[in-house]
Design a protein around this ligand. Structure first.
Ligand code: WT7
Length: 661
């Protein structure tokens, strides 16, 4: 944990929006008193609170006798002696209820084709695929990597793994074959599930070739089969004996498949996310605790109701897609929209058009999407939300990064028609589900604040000695008590888990890695990361990760990557690069910058490409040789340097680095 908290103060909004009466009346948590009663229950006896929720909300094959085991802290164990199955809790639990014939998924493809699948049908498809995987000899505890487009099949693949206790690791389809390779090797995957191609914004993007390339890099001997969902039918190369079509794996399989009863602690999935060092961390989540909080937050934050049409626009390659597409909404028995495409195709009215056509009631998206749609709507009146009938909406959600008050207000007014609360949900890959968020039928809203912690979540803002800071002062966001959906470990690296999240100064509390402050009402205002992690379009990227890729390029001697605020993407990457050759000028500089950007795209994925690359003969360093990142952040913003640069070894370098290519 770095001692230096460098947080830019946020614009603290003082407008307050009380909850809407009609929502308060029918909400699952109705009014602040109901919220406080749950908080009190959790504070009085946390374990009893979580035990009650676990008993009342999950279906157990064998009931647990102990909710929380702290004996190996910070490796907390929840519901460990109970047995259950996540897929049974998402599908089978609905089979003998009216939900069975309700639509589970309304799938809309990039080109606008719509397919409805009921809970009964989804259950049958998951069972067929699970039986097919089982017939290939795979079993609980083994790992499968999933590299698929947004599709019913991706949900089926994840659910089928969960049904058998196979631990999945989903890799976002936008990641490169190199990133895919790294993850296949790290989890020692026995199975890869992919598609021939994905389709986004009218373009076909190959997936299977990336899998072939990843396996071709070597070290993937653990992989015995690659199962391919045929999305576009474009011919793909085929390794006989290794590659199988998903429809052939499913063909002739029974439409029922006994869910495997697993310990509450059985790992459900591993999802990689960026940390402050070069290598992404494999965040490991559990069975019971994870599903419990996914479901509770559907009920509490999104106020899940039987007649909702819910839509989360995330990709299943991120944690938001895991919790709020594949698991939470299904456990809650909701009808949800799953969308293959992008918000700007065929035009920037796509989201509004889909909300109108499918009569979406709860809509959950990212600030970066809202910000880019604001620009387009304000310049092209035909795609402005006011041109669509959005009266079906009752709740709006935001996730992934701070939502600036201007974007909040636009979302609230133009999309929600001043009738829907905007829920700014703060959480992380590691927390599994929402942590600090407004409740639609209780919490007064302040644009730009994620408001108050959910019942049972002991959030606080502390200084580096663990003392709670005064209201209005910035500090480290910590969670003082374990909660069921918390990260269990970093796959294969328990030491890194302890070091990253439970630093000794902080008394065993979970360190989130975000700076925050609380206002006089106790509301939380998130102020960005305290480590070298950036948030670009709601995606977490480690600066070290990008740096290590840049220095691996043959032309590069040294590189430093920092973030700069960006109107649309929240933050943007700026790379400062020293080449092994003389400082390039003009066209040559442009050509090398392009080469480096493409290289990063190939090594990590397009999202990691630096927006701005600057060449210098050196980087600003202290006399002891430490790169002065703080200074680089100022240079990246194009601001004047007011800091003391007397400790700098080579002050002249700053002039060079202020020039963009
Ligand atoms: C980081 C976690 C949350 C799931 C998707 C991203 C930032 C997330 C908010 C918010 C301000 C937010 C934090 C956090 N973040 N939500 N509502 N307000 N910042 O998960 O990739 O693990 O990223 O995203 O910095 O630490 P992730």
């Amino acid at each position: 944990m770095s001692a230096e908290i460098e947080i830019e103060s946020v614009l603290v909004e003082n407008r307050v929006f009380p909850p809407f009466e009609n929502l308060v009346k029918h909400a699952n948590i109705s009014g602040m008193d109901a919220y406080r009663a749950l908080c009190d229950e959790a504070d009085r006896d946390p374990e009893a609170f979580w035990a009650r929720l676990g008993r009342e909300n999950l279906v157990w094959a064998k009931p647990f006798t102990q909710a929380l085991d702290e004996s190996q802290a910070p490796f907390f164990h929840w519901y460990a002696d109970g047995e259950m199955n996540v897929s049974a809790n998402c599908l089978d639990r609905h089979l003998n209820t009216p939900v069975a014939d309700k639509t589970a998924i309304i799938f809309e493809s990039d080109d606008g084709k719509v397919e409805h699948v009921t809970y009964k049908q989804l259950h049958a498809r998951v069972c067929e695929f699970a039986n097919g995987i089982k017939a290939l000899g795979y079993k609980a505890g083994q790992r499968a990597v999933i590299y698929m487009p947004m599709s019913i099949e991706a949900v089926v693949a994840m659910q089928a793994c969960a049904r058998l206790g196979i631990i999945h690791s989903v890799v976002f389809g936008g990641f490169s074959s190199k990133s895919l390779h790294e993850r296949i090797v790290d989890v020692e995957a026995v199975l890869v599930i992919t598609a021939d191609e994905q389709v986004r914004g009218g373009k076909k993007i190959p997936l299977k070739p990336a899998v072939d390339e990843a396996i071709g890099f070597g070290g993937c001997e653990s992989v015995s089969k690659v199962i391919v969902y045929r999305r576009t039918g474009t011919p793909v190369s085929w390794a006989e004996g290794r590659d199988l079509w998903m429809h052939e794996v499913c063909a002739g399989q029974a439409q029922t498949c006994e869910p495997v009863a697993l310990s509450g602690e059985h790992p459900l999935f591993i999802l990689y996310t960026s940390g402050s060092t070069g290598k992404p961390k494999g965040v490991q989540h559990s069975t019971a605790g994870y599903l419990l909080w996914s479901l509770m937050t559907m009920k509490w934050t999104f106020d899940a109701k039987d007649d909702d049409v819910y839509w989360c626009t995330a990709d299943v390659g991120w944690v938001t897609g895991h919790t709020y597409i594949t698991y939470g909404p299904l456990a809650a028995g909701l009808t949800q929209v799953v969308f293959e495409g992008v918000p700007t195709y065929p035009d920037a009215g796509r989201f509004w058009d889909m909300i109108q056509r499918h009569k979406v009631t709860v809509f959950y998206t990212a600030p970066t999407a809202i910000r880019s749609l604001i620009k387009l709507a304000e310049s092209t009146p035909a795609v402005h939300p006011r041109e669509y009938d959005l009266r079906s909406l009752r709740i709006l959600g935001s996730v992934g990064e701070p939502i600036n008050p201007e974007a909040w207000m636009w979302y609230y007014k133009q999309v929600g028609g001043e009738r829907c609360p905007v829920l700014d949900t703060w959480w992380q890959t590691e927390t599994g589900a929402h942590m600090i968020t407004p409740l639609p039928g209780a919490t007064p809203l302040k644009p730009g604040s994620c408001t108050l912690p959910l019942p049972g979540i002991a959030a606080a803002v502390v200084d580096e000695t663990g003392e709670e800071v005064e209201r209005g002062k910035g500090g480290f966001l910590v969670i003082k008590r374990p909660w069921p959906s918390m990260v269990r470990t970093i796959w294969g690296d328990p030491e890194r888990f302890k070091k990253s999240y439970f630093p000794p100064e902080l008394k065993g509390w979970y360190l989130a890695g975000d700076g925050a402050q609380r206002d006089s009402d106790g509301y939380f205002w998130i102020m960005g990361r305290i480590d070298d992690v950036l948030n670009v379009s709601g995606h977490r990227l480690g600066t070290m990760e990008v740096e290590s890729v840049l220095v691996a390029h043959e032309l590069v001697a040294e590189a430093a990557v920092v973030g700069r605020p960006d109107e649309t993407t929240g933050e943007a990457l700026v790379a400062f690069v020293v080449l092994k050759r003389p400082l390039p000028q003009g066209d040559e500089a442009v050509a090398i910058a392009k080469q480096l950007r493409d290289w990063v795209g190939k090594e990590i994925g397009p999202i990691a490409k630096p927006k701005d690359i600057r060449f210098g003969e050196n980087l600003p360093k202290t006399r002891s040789g430490k790169i002065m990142r703080r200074l680089l952040r100022v240079v990246a913003k194009g601001e004047e340097i007011t800091q003391d640069v007397s400790t700098l070894e080579n002050p002249a370098i700053l002039q060079q680095l202020s020039q963009s290519v």
